[in-house]
Design a protein around this ligand. Structure first.
Ligand SMILES: Cc1cc2nc3c(=O)[nH]c(=O)nc-3n(C[C@H](O)[C@H](O)[C@H](O)COP(=O)(O)O)c2cc1C
Length: 263
């Protein structure tokens, strides 16, 4: 099967698909229609830009046609003011109710992360949701064990010993992001996807907090990654506590002034 197929009757020969192809593997055929340049098909990132940009629905990428794609709905467009307020009002939540976020809601929130940008569109993310209280308790214990010798974490470990878990903060669920070790930049891909998760959760009124301490602890307690059941040749790239917030922040805290140089 050809990489792309073009409906000659619908194609207006505007060349948008050719211009927008990130790896520049599309060109013109002898009839003035777009085609995949022979020998370069393997460079396709399968990003779908060519079919998504075609205003005339003239293209198919493999079996997928423009008309099969979800349309961008203008009625859902976010104003700059709403987007700014939304982004500024996201807070790290460290006080959770005990209620579990239903799996179907968590699945919908995680599903949005599939549209996070990833290097060369590899989409390497895998997710693990831990929601069994015993497992979360054991994980906190392992984090405490790992961080116990590190002076920076002394107070957190002391708190843990005194019954205050500042590692996982009593969140009812913990989402761990992992990815195959090989690949261009799995850690960056994970971080961006976690940021998507953070924002998607905020949109649903859920509370989140990055669990950087878990990542730190994996460096000092080699039992954590096997405990999580992360497959070989994969790495844990980040984690996020999630649940329903007990409280909300009525105001937006201040931040450092913007530092910007123009050149
Ligand atoms: C990579 C990363 C790791 C973090 N790790 C933790 C953590 O382990 N525990 C925690 O309570 N907060 C953690 N945070 C949250 C930051 O402390 C928080 O983002 C910062 O204080 C600003 O507050 P805000 O998120 O409410 O704007 C982390 C944030 C990031 C981006």
């Amino acid at each position: 099967m050809n990489l792309i197929t073009v409906d000659a009757a619908s194609c207006k020969r505007d060349g948008l698909c050719i211009q927008d192809c990130p790896t520049q593997i599309l060109g013109w055929d002898a009839n003035g229609l777009p085609e995949a340049i022979q020998g370069l098909e393997a460079l396709c990132l399968n990003c779908g830009h060519c079919i998504a940009i075609c205003p005339h629905a003239a293209l198919a990428l493999g079996a997928l046609r423009t008309v099969d794609l979800e349309p961008v709905r203008s009625e859902c467009a976010v104003s700059p003011e709403a987007a700014t307020q939304f982004l500024k009002s996201r807070r790290s939540v460290r006080l959770f109710t005990k209620e579990l976020v239903p799996r179907d809601l968590l699945t919908r929130v995680l599903d949005v992360t599939r549209w996070a940008p990833t290097a060369t569109n590899r989409q390497p993310l895998r997710w693990l949701v831990i929601e069994t209280p015993d497992k979360l308790r054991e994980l906190s214990r392992m984090i405490a064990d790992g961080l116990r010798p590190i002076p920076y974490f002394e107070r957190m470990v002391q708190g843990y010993d005194n019954g205050v878990d500042r590692f996982l903060r009593g969140a009812p669920q913990l989402i761990v992001a992992y990815a195959p070790i090989e690949g261009f930049d799995p850690s960056t891909d994970c971080t961006i996807s976690l940021a998507y998760l953070d924002l998607a959760a905020h949109a649903h009124g859920l509370g989140t907090c990055w669990a950087g301490v878990l990542l730190a602890a994996t460096m000092f307690n080699s039992a954590i990654v096997p405990f999580l059941g992360i497959p070989d040749e994969h790495k844990v790239c980040g984690a996020m506590m999630i649940g329903y917030p007990q409280y909300s922040h009525a105001r937006i805290p201040e931040r450092n002034p913007l530092q910007i140089k123009w050149a």
